[in-house]
Write a protein that binds this ligand. Structure first.
Ligand code: SAM
Ligand code: SF4
Ligand code: SF4
Length: 339
C-alpha cells in the first residue's frame, strides 16, 4: 500500500478504454467534432492487464472501466475476463451511458463484471435528445432493463443535476430507480473538462437537493457508513436509498483514493490535474514491473492534488477550460481522462 503526502492510499483505478462517445452530453462534449486519440497509441487489453497487475501490488483493489463510452471499444468482455481473473480485484465495475447495454449486458455479466453504473439525466425523451444531441433515450432505458435481466445487483444510476435542465426530476428518477432496481446518485454539476458552459448558478447543491426531497418525502436520514466512496447515501421514510456526490460544493478530496488511466496510457492523479504521467512509453520500451512500480510509487508519494477543493476556494469561478485549450490538449477532456 502506498500513501500520498496527505495520507491517502491508492486503492481505486478508473481505466478509460476509449475516448470516443456515441452521445454529446452538453456538460461533457458540447462540440460536435472532436480530435480522437491516435489508434496506435491506445493500450491493448494485455497492456491494460499488465498495468493493473502492477497497480494491484501497490494496493489497488477496485477497477472501474469508463471512457468516453467504454462499450464502443470492440470486445470489452474480453478485457473483463482478463481483469475478472485477478482475485485481488474486490470490485470490477463499468460506467456506461447505457446506449449499448441492451446488446451487451448479458455478455458483460457472463465475462465476470461485478456491477454497472449507468448515466441517465432525464426520464423525458425530448429532454434527453436536447441534452445529448442523440435520440437514443429508449435504448438507455432498455439498457437498464437488460442490466437487471442479466442478473446484476448493486446497479447505480448516475444523474448530473443542472438547474433549469433536469432539477425538477429528482423524485421521478428515484421512483424510476426503484423499478429497475437501481440506486440513483445525484452528481453536482462540475466545472471539469468539456463543461465550457458551466456556471455556479446552474449547480444544484447537495443542501438544496436534500431540502427539495424532504419537502416531497418527509424525513430524509443519512445512512451512516464508513467508506471512501464519493457518494453520501440517504434513506427515505419508505426505506429507499439514494446518493449525492457533492463534488462541487462539498468536495471529498481529503479521502480521495482514486486515479485515472487514459486509453493511451497517461495516468492522472486528479480529475483536475493539468498533466498526466506517461505509463505507455515505459511499458512499450520494455520497463520491468519493478521499474513501473517505482515510477508509480514515486508519483503517488509526491501527490498533493485537491483539485475540487482548490476550485471551491476561488472567488469568481468561471469554467475551468475553454474550447481552444481543450482542442490543443484533448487529455484535459473528461471524456478522455474518464469520469
Ligand atoms: N460515457 C460514460 C457515461 O456517461 O457514463 C462514461 C464516461 S462519463 C465521462 C462518466 C461520468 O462523468 C458520467 O456519469 C457523466 O455524467 C459524468 N460527467 C461528465 N461531465 C460532467 C460534469 N461536467 N459534471 C458532473 N459529472 C460529469
Ligand atoms: Fe455523455 Fe459519458 Fe459521452 Fe461524456 S462520455 S458525452 S458523459 S455519454
Ligand atoms: Fe480526488 Fe481530485 Fe476529485 Fe479531489 S478533485 S476528489 S483529489 S480526483
Amino acid at each position: 500500500m502506498i500513501k500520498d503526502t496527505q495520507g491517502r492510499f491508492l486503492r481505486n483505478l478508473r481505466v478509460s478504454v476509449t475516448d470516443r462517445c456515441n452521445l454529446r452530453c452538453a456538460y461533457c462534449m458540447p462540440e460536435e467534432e472532436y480530435v480522437w486519440l491516435p489508434r496506435e497509441e491506445i493500450l491493448h487489453f494485455e497492456e491494460i492487464g499488465r498495468l493493473v497487475d502492477v497497480f494491484i501490488t501497490l494496493g489497488v483493489d477496485k477497477v472501474r472501466l469508463t471512457g468516453g463510452e467504454p462499450l464502443l471499444r470492440r470486445d470489452v468482455p474480453r478485457l473483463i475476463r482478463l481483469l475478472a481473473a485477478k482475485p485481488a480485484l474486490r470490485d470490477l465495475a463499468i460506467t456506461s451511458n447505457g446506449v449499448l447495454l441492451g446488446d451487451q449486458a448479458a455478455s458483460l455479466k457472463e465475462a465476470g463484471l461485478h456491477r454497472a453504473t449507468v448515466s441517465l439525466d432525464t426520464l423525458r425523451r425530448e429532454r434527453f435528445t436536447l441534452l445529448t444531441r442523440r435520440d437514443t433515450h429508449a435504448q438507455v432505458l432498455e439498457g437498464l432493463t437488460a442490466v437487471a435481466r442479466a442478473g446484476f445487483s448493486d446497479t447505480k444510476i448516475d444523474t448530473v443535476v443542472m438547474r433549469g435542465v433536469n432539477d425538477d426530476e429528482l423524485a421521478d428518477l428515484i421512483e424510476y430507480g426503484r423499478t429497475v432496481p437501481a440506486e440513483v446518485r445525484f452528481i453536482e454539476y462540475m466545472d471539469v473538462g468539456g463543461a465550457t458552459r458551466w456556471s455556479m448558478d446552474k449547480v444544484v447543491s447537495r443542501k438544496e437537493m436534500l431540502e427539495r426531497l424532504s419537502q416531497r418525502y418527509g424525513r430524509v436520514e443519512p445512512v451512516i457508513e464508513v467508506t471512501t466512496a464519493p457518494a453520501d447515501r440517504y434513506r427515505l421514510p419508505d426505506g429507499t436509498v439514494f446518493g449525492i456526490i457533492s463534488s462541487t460544493t462539498e468536495p471529498f478530496c481529503s479521502e480521495c483514493d482514486r486515479s485515472r488511466l487514459t486509453a493511451d496510457g497517461l495516468w492522472y492523479l486528479c480529475l483536475y490535474a493539468q498533466k498526466g504521467i506517461d505509463l505507455r512509453g515505459p511499458l512499450r520500451t520494455g520497463a520491468s514491473d519493478d521499474e513501473l512500480r517505482a515510477l508509480i510509487t514515486g508519483k503517488w508519494e509526491a501527490r498533493r492534488d485537491r483539485g475540487a477543493e482548490d476550485r471551491l476556494a476561488l472567488r469568481d469561478r468561471e469554467p475551468l477550460l475553454q474550447v481552444e485549450r481543450l482542442k490543443r490538449d484533448p487529455h484535459l477532456e473528461m471524456h478522455t481522462r474518464g469520469g
